[in-house]
Design a protein. Structure first.
Length: 194
């Protein structure tokens, strides 16, 4: 009579660990921002190393550099080069705006990474680029966020902020009832207006 012998399965040897890297960026080179980038680096170090199914592939950073272009972002460019070299399976980043502020660069980079099997996970927006709805959500969000991700929009925001503060002042000094919340549509229009 033949017998069947049960063999123990060692999952640790059968599952290949994912090589995970993180990208962090701050655009202003100030003491507060240095603290912010340090906090982000510590967070991603702990997160990646706490997952048994992940291997730490590094943290790439750019300090005091705008995300509107890839040109001067040495950390970002090293990250993409290492992904191209097959050293990275997953890239973690805080948000779309930390990864790129230019919609064309964002989508081109994410599509390129997807084509070589590298997933980008945007934590704030909860988007995983290799998921079925990842690129659709990324395209929609990036298109929606583009107007508020440029310097012209930020200066418009400052202008509208001054108008809102002026309205609050009128309310306080003259007892008028200008509802500042009613001005929100104009705030959105001014931010998107170029």
């Amino acid at each position: 009579m033949k017998t069947i012998k049960k063999m123990p399965l060692n999952l640790a040897k059968t599952i290949k660990k994912k090589r995970v890297a993180a990208y962090v960026r701050v655009s202003k080179d100030t003491d507060r921002m240095h603290h912010s980038i340090g906090t982000q680096i510590s967070y991603y170090n702990r997160l990646i190393q706490s997952k048994a199914s992940w291997d730490f592939a590094g943290i790439y950073s750019d300090e005091g550099i705008s995300g509107t272009s890839r040109e001067n972002r040495e950390g970002f460019n090293r990250l993409i080069a290492d992904a191209d070299a097959g050293k990275i399976d997953i890239i973690l980043t805080k948000s779309i705006s930390r990864f790129a502020r230019n919609v064309v660069d964002l989508l081109d980079t994410v599509r390129h990474l997807k084509s070589i099997g590298v997933e980008v996970r945007f934590e704030k927006e909860n988007i995983h680029s290799l998921s079925s709805d990842g690129e659709l959500m990324l395209t929609i969000l990036a298109g929606f966020l583009e107007p508020i991700m440029n310097s012209i929009a930020l200066s418009n925001l400052s202008y509208v902020g001054n108008i809102l503060i002026f309205c609050v002042g009128i309310n306080l000094f003259f007892g008028k009832k200008i509802r500042v919340a009613n001005l929100l549509p104009s705030l959105i229009f001014a931010v998107a207006w170029r």
